[in-house]
Design a protein around this ligand. Sequence first.
Ligand code: DX5
Ligand code: ZN
Length: 230
Amino acid sequence: MAAEDLIAPSILSADFAKLGEEVDNVIAAGADIVHFDVMDNHYVPNLTIGPLVCEALRKHGVTAPIDVHLMVKPVDRIVPDFAKAGATYITFHPEASEHIDRTLQVIHGEGCKAGLVFNPATPLSYLEYVMDKVDMVLIMSVNPGFGGQSFIPSALTKLRQAREMIDASGREIRLEIDGGVKADNIAEIKAAGADTFVSGSGIFNKGQDGDPNRYDSIIREMREALASVG
Ligand code: DX5
Ligand code: ZN
């Protein structure tokens, strides 16, 4: 049976001055998990948020899964900090880790779910020998570093390939897509095999500022588009 579709708003496009409220509103609107983009101005040319902010969201009362997308190098040192801060998933880019298998073990050792992230030009072959150690495969449909970029169509081909590999493994592994996901392309992305949909600007740039229900209609629109795919 196909896994349930999960909508994962990327808080990179939220209003950081009222982040707790933004997360509360988007979850109340029906989103499933919080996508948390960590950038280090080294592995990617941008600097964002770290474990303190993750912990602050938990203290604020966020109970939804937090999906920490690490765009940092090195990876291993920061993993325990995010585990303590309340991360549910921790995903990383294979190019950013010297020892991919070890990093997956470190994440699991800290009690989190682990995932590998594939940039647009990174081959899926990194997965081959660690399929039994991943809980999530994240396909980037933009080059990491910024929100608001356009979806790169070759990600659809890669999603189909990743879907085949996941199904052949027989394991429960989420297939996530990240970058340029909007209500108007989410259906074809699901049709290519994704079951977890990150969207930053596609969600947070919608609705009337100050309206607590501002994300209801965009989440509903995405759900309807997803439901249209068999
Ligand atoms: C990019 C980040 C994404 C980003 C997506 O490096 O990993 O999660 O926030 O933003 P949109 O949905 O605007 O492309
Ligand atoms: Zn991301």
